[in-house]
Design a protein around this ligand. Structure first.
Ligand SMILES: Nc1ncnc2c1ncn2[C@@H]1O[C@H](COP(=O)(O)OP(=O)(O)O)[C@@H](O)[C@H]1O
Ligand SMILES: [Mg+2]
Length: 269
């Protein structure tokens, strides 16, 4: 199971990133893992009762199990808010808490390829959809119902590899939709590709995406025990944990079936 670290593991504030994204609590910190190794991490506090710790942890573990590029280290961590407040302003929402659960993930040395979402529109980026891992991330997003794969959530490393970060809005219909007073405007690689590729290129891309579907069942099988342990750890009420786990497991397992993705995309692989 992904590590759940105590506040003693939040060792040192390392700054606020230039690009914080939507969550204004995001900061950099040195985090000590269970074996004592230090990681320079992006740390994002999770509002109480939001599914973020579950979705981020599941997303990171599945992407790793699919052998797609991912940050080396991730964990859930209790952040000592009194110490964090010494270095960074937190809004009143956090006032009554001395600690808060956060998702932390090691820094990837890469940059979003553009600031705007229309990255496939420009020639420079046109090669992006031809990359193995971009098709793999697109397949993963479709499988897990990720509604927010914006360009800030794909980092381009110097070696040309695209790394998926921020899997917060996976399992959208199961865990998010209609529950928190806001709706995410759907952003997916597949829709972008459809808008910006010609029919031949798009069909080729769909084939590449569909061929990744055959990896989903084994990734699910490899992580099922860890994912279920996480749900039962984070949700103290055993009855609620069981029903949430059954919904997640049923959803992901059915959509990992060998021909499911190719049927959805209307291609034969
Ligand atoms: N592991 C990481 N390595 C490098 N940059 C990161 C990492 N995690 C987050 N970032 C940077 O911080 C930004 C916001 O983080 P993200 O997890 O996407 O939060 P949000 O939910 O607010 O979009 C990202 O767009 C990226 O620029
Ligand atoms: Mg993001």
């Amino acid at each position: 199971m992904i590590d759940i670290l105590s506040s003693a593991s939040w060792r040192e504030f390392r700054g606020e990133p230039n690009n914080k994204g939507m969550n204004l609590t995001t900061h950099l910190a040195s985090v000590e893992d269970a074996s004592g190794k230090l990681h320079n991490c992006y740390v994002k506090l999770c509002p109480q009762n939001w599914p973020s710790p579950i979705t981020e942890a599941i997303g990171w573990q599945l992407i790793r199990a699919l052998n797609l590029p991912a940050p080396d280290f991730a964990a859930l961590i209790m952040v000592p808010l009194d110490r964090l407040r010494h270095s960074m302003k937190l809004d009143q929402h956090w006032l009554n808490h001395s600690e808060a659960l956060a998702f932390c993930v090691s820094e990837v040395n890469g940059k979003p390829i553009t600031n705007s979402w229309s990255w496939l529109a420009t020639l420079r980026q046109k090669g992006a959809y031809k990359k193995y891992e971009v098709a793999g991330i697109c397949a993963f997003d479709y499988w897990v119902n990720n509604k927010d794969r914006n360009t800030g959530n794909l980092l381009l490393k110097q070696n040309g590899e695209q790394v998926a970060i921020d899997n917060e809005y996976i399992l959208y219909d199961q865990l998010w939709k209609g529950r928190f007073g806001f709706e995410i405007i759907e952003k997916t690689i597949l829709v972008e590709a459809k808008n910006h590729l010609n029919i031949k290129e798009f069909n080729k891309f769909k084939l590449a995406v569909a061929s990744h579907g055959k990896n989903h069942a084994s990734a699910m099988n490899a992580t099922r025990g860890d994912l279920s342990a996480l749900i039962f750890t984070l949700i103290p009420d055993a009855g609620s944990a069981q029903s949430i786990w059954d919904a997640i497991d049923g959803f992901l397992t059915a959509r990992a079936e060998i021909n499911w993705l190719s049927n959805e995309l209307g291609v034969i692989v």
